[in-house]
Write a protein that binds this ligand. Structure first.
Ligand code: CAA
Length: 380
């Protein structure tokens, strides 16, 4: 396995780092406090090609690889975790499955404008009563005999839902108490029967709006079916194989930000006649933080590289997300400890990193689900 970045990946990283430092980081505290949607940042990300990074240029993307994508999500999240997940959802949860399962017509009509950032996409799998047990959703799609469906149900926690032009919705198209069959479909906002609730109130990632979306007798035309009828669960699962790389990269970015601030603070703050970085108690915390961040990064780069090589990477993505997300919680917890009372204060960014880190253990599959996926790979 190659450990160093290619020249192109290094260039992408420095471009993302410069952009994040200039245009994203200075706004992160305000975005967290106000919960404002960062429209101007989304526009700039589109201009930089960050909203469809691994999508070929002929389908509106930047034509880069998934390693570059993971690097950029990390850089964005290091500046602002909300920005990181907005980017990740558009790339991994919308553009990626359209590139993989979409028809040529869908690629031209929907993928190209979304990968280039003229419009956004979202992913509707989770429901009020089914998160981890995604298969047992309640949303139904009734076949109309012309290849189209009528959709009824609700999806919740839909990141970017209030701003997305299209949502990939998963619905049961063949009822079965044990093994229902699902179909994935594209639904455009504004379609009669489609409505979006007010954005959710959350612990962190305040600027990455999520919401519940309702479908009441929504007509879905044959042209909007994504992949094969009845094979939607596979579309969802293989999409999450890629999405989990993005969330793991987001967790690393959050942890890296908290770590860097902890190193800087430990040099400035004095106790017992010395900067606190001279105390072994602090050094050991920082050493553990640095080691864990690096371990998580290698797991993410491995999973991304495997995706680029077209290799099956289900377990590797889950390992990366499991380790990186729990690592981010540990690292941001230690960062608060190093900052003491200032870490607990909303005047400092550390408590934001701590709150933002927590979601990475939950969305795109909880840590418990990642362990199930890894265990399945061991025993199946
Ligand atoms: N790729 C392709 N197909 C896959 C697959 C994969 N990675 N994993 C499973 N499948 C297929 C299986 O082969 C199986 O196919 P058959 O029916 O033909 O045999 C089918 O899918 C069902 O597989 P399982 O029996 O393993 O399914 P399960 O019901 O036991 O569930 C699970 C597996 C891993 C627990 C899954 O339900 C899961 O991942 N749950 C978590 C859901 C999740 O991550 N939600 C996140 C929502 S998105 C989000 O959070 C976005 C955001 O806000 C940012």
């Amino acid at each position: 396995m190659r450990f160093e970045l290619t020249e192109e990946q290094s260039l992408v990283q420095s471009t993302a780092r410069e952009f994040a430092k200039r245009a994203v980081e200075p706004k992160a505290a305000e975005l967290d406090r106000s919960g404002r949607w960062p429209a101007e940042i989304v526009t700039e990300m589109a201009e930089l090609g960050f909203l469809g990074m691994a999508i070929p240029a002929e389908h509106g993307g930047a034509g880069l690889d998934h390693v570059s994508y993971a690097i950029v999500v990390e850089e964005m999240s290091r500046a602002c975790a909300s920005t990181g997940v907005i980017m990740s959802v558009n790339n991994s949860l919308f553009c990626d499955p359209l590139e993989k399962f979409g028809t040529p017509e869908q690629k031209e009509r929907v993928l190209a404008p979304t990968a280039s950032g003229q419009m956004l996409g979202a992913f509707g799998l989770t429901e009020p009563a089914s998160g981890s047990d995604a298969r047992m959703m309640k949303t139904v799609a009734d076949a109309q005999g012309d290849g189209g469906f009528i959709l009824n149900g609700a999806k919740n926690w839909i990141t970017c839902g209030p701003h997305a032009e299209h949502i990939i919705v998963f619905a049961i198209s063949t009822q079965d108490a044990v093994k229902p069959k699902h179909t994935a479909m594209l639904v455009r906002r504004g379609t009669p029967g489609f409505s979006v609730a007010a954005p959710d109130h959350k612990l962190g990632i305040h600027a990455a709006h999520s919401a519940t979306i309702f479908f009441e007798n929504v007509r879905v035309a044959k042209e909007d079916i994504l992949g094969e009828v009845g094979a939607g669960f596979k579309v969802a699962m293989s999409t999450l194989d890629g999405g989990r790389i993005g969330i793991a990269a987001q967790a690393i970015g959050i942890a890296q930000a908290a770590f860097e601030k902890s190193v800087a603070y430990s040099k400035e703050r004095h106790s017992f006649g010395a900067p606190i970085c001279d105390h072994q108690a602090i050094q050991f915390m920082l050493a553990d933080m640095a080691t864990e961040i690096e371990a998580a990064r290698l797991l993410v780069l491995r999973a991304a590289r495997m995706k680029d090589l077209g290799q099956k990477h289900t377990a590797e993505s889950s390992m990366a997300k499991l380790f990186a997300s729990e690592m981010a919680t540990r690292v941001t917890h230690k960062a608060i400890q190093i900052h003491g009372g200032y870490g607990y204060s909303v005047e400092y960014p550390i408590e934001r990193h701590y709150r933002d880190a927590r979601i990475t253990e939950i969305y795109e599959g909880t840590s418990e689900i990642q362990r199930i996926v890894v265990a399945n790979a061991l025993f199946r």
